[in-house]
Design a binder for this molecule. Sequence first.
Ligand SMILES: NC(=O)c1ccc[n+]([C@@H]2O[C@H](COP(=O)([O-])OP(=O)(O)OC[C@H]3O[C@@H](n4cnc5c(N)ncnc54)[C@H](O)[C@@H]3O)[C@@H](O)[C@H]2O)c1
Length: 359
Amino acid sequence: MEQKKIKVAVIGVGGISEVHINGYKALPNVELYAFCDINEKTLKLKGERHGVTRLYTDEATMLKELPEIDAVSVCTWNAAHAPCSIMALNAGKHVLCEKPMAMNAQEAQEMMDAAEKNGKLLMIGFVRRFGNDAAVLKDFIDAGDFGEIYYTKANYTRRNGCPGGWFGDKSRSGGGPLIDLGVHVIDLVRYLLGNPQPVSVYGVTYDKLKDRPGIKKPLKSGDHRSETETDKPIFDVEDLASALIRFDNGATLAVEAAFSLNIPKNVGRIELYGTKAGAVIDPELHIYSEQNGYLTNVELADSTALSFDGLFENEISHYIQCFTDGIPCRNPAEDGVALMKILDAVYESARTGHEVVIK
Ligand SMILES: NC(=O)c1ccc[n+]([C@@H]2O[C@H](COP(=O)([O-])OP(=O)(O)OC[C@H]3O[C@@H](n4cnc5c(N)ncnc54)[C@H](O)[C@@H]3O)[C@@H](O)[C@H]2O)c1
């Protein structure tokens, strides 16, 4: 007898939905069942491309007419993450919600409460937790090679890289590079540290360059771009954020995230400093240690640079396995809430000019 397939709907079928869709298509036990997008043109195009015929411009109608849906991916702009996820959870669906979890910690908490109330999975799209670089580093950390990691740094800075569309519109994004890019690397470091709780934050934000409206050269090819068309670009978010985050285990993280910054080239760099060794990923992993009374540099023979090959597929298949096989979720909602508390605190600290204590 053929096994019943998991029916999945994707809500918000713009740019990033493509990797979710392809992830589902690669799984034999999943049926890509329905799409929902408030933009009819986008919806129709995506339906045609992937052979999906159950198309809805309204999530409530989709959930009402298709009660057989088991799980959803929420790939809308950030302002719709909480309402869409909560509605799907209340309809009894499992939810994989893209990062950032929400616009702020309060919304994130409401989403987690809805998941708990309905006994459904709410996983957050912290895809870097599935990276090959994170896996290698975690192996070395778990083996005790770094000793106590007490100081960390994370940079995700672009010279000219606002993704356009809604990304610069605070009412739909909740913020700029901190909530869009910073979220990836803050979460990755927190994950590598074993998810310590944030206790305080000092942060600054600037919007001196904005989305560089005077620069004629477009984004570099390969940079992510929103598929949402805009008549008149809005940019009322920060273009640079920098913060020092202190965790309850005594470790600190210095983070920088930028859409626009006068730097030589884009940077994606993680640094972990421990009592026995330090690590830098940029993009290959280098380990700085001491052996037999000498300072040593360790390099792996195989490439450790983040590969996009299979990255999202691994995240999607993990999501499905969480509720089909009952494996523990690597990206639980509670980590999304902790992250949103950090982001709220950075923005609050930047606004007030003071340290913010996280309760
Ligand atoms: N994990 C990653 O590496 C990664 C990369 C890029 C984007 N993202 C995240 O994915 C999300 C989407 O980003 P994108 O680049 O695909 O944006 P996009 O502009 O390309 O697409 C967003 C889509 O959501 C739709 N939408 C908005 N509100 C909706 C609602 N209430 N119901 C249904 N559809 C709705 C829009 O019409 C649009 O088609 C964002 O949260 C972003 O942060 C994650």
